[in-house]
Unconditional design. Structure first.
Length: 233
């Protein structure tokens, strides 16, 4: 099993720079990998898989993200309201399931969902840069390194679409990833487009003296889940 490692950039004491209230975030230092503009709408095909004894049960649905408004928050940072809706089938009506916010400044892009803030991107974008995605919450220590850039500027294909210039962010927990467990996630952002793929994996593999009678080291999944969102519109 190939294990993902996730380095992170030190020096991330992420100041919130002042921005003017505008409907579109400026593009500089890589901010155009996640362009923010009121009225933007993205639709993703969603695949959820649940594994038991190396057999997967699959559920498909769709998610829509809409940037509906922008404003300047109390710190003077430009903030966008992101409305996420879902539906089981492409013929069904959309139902709002969450409202999030995206805050952008000269140093970073912050996502807030259910009062939980994470650092999605840091600027300037640089291959191999590492940072603490939880710098604004209490999940990790301030010096934790748990997200990194990889493949900045690389081409990428997802579903039926291909992109000439992308970057990937990787997360994992080095203390929990080994021959028997895999916990990680990645996001791919296309320049001028935004997020085109999100994927998370929480898998348990065959273990010595396990009850499944499987062989260790052959990627036999005894249990776990994966979640994938692929941009289609």
């Amino acid at each position: 099993m190939k294990r993902l490692l996730f380095p992170v950039a030190a020096g991330l004491l992420l100041g919130l720079g002042a921005c003017k209230n505008t409907s579109e975030a400026p593009t500089a230092s890589g901010r155009d990998y996640y362009p923010l503009k009121v009225g933007t709408e993205r639709v993703y095909d969603v695949v959820d898989r649940s594994y038991t004894n190396n057999r997967a049960t699959e559920t498909r649905s769709q998610v829509r993200e809409q940037l509906t408004e922008s404003y300047t928050d109390a710190t003077g940072a430009l903030t966008y309201k992101l409305v996420r809706s879902s539906r089981a089938l492409a013929t069904d009506g959309w139902r709002v399931d969450s409202v999030q916010t995206l805050t952008v400044n000269a140093q970073n892009l912050l996502l807030t969902r259910s009062n939980w803030r994470t650092v999605e991107l840091i600027f300037p974008v640089r291959d191999g840069a590492e940072w603490n995605k939880n710098a604004f919450n209490d999940r990790d220590t301030l010096v934790a390194l748990n997200r990194r850039y990889q493949d900045v500027g690389a081409s990428f294909a997802a579903g039926t679409r291909s992109y000439d210039n992308t970057l990937t962010t990787y997360d994992d927990d080095p203390d929990r990833n080994n021959l028997y467990y895999e916990f990680n996630s990645r996001q791919v952002f296309a320049k001028g487009i935004g997020p085109v793929l999100r994927e998370s994996r929480a898998l348990n593999y065959c273990q010595p003296n396990g009850s499944s009678g499987c062989q260790v080291g052959v990627n036999y999944i005894t249990s776990g889940k994966t979640h994938t969102e692929t941009l289609v519109q």
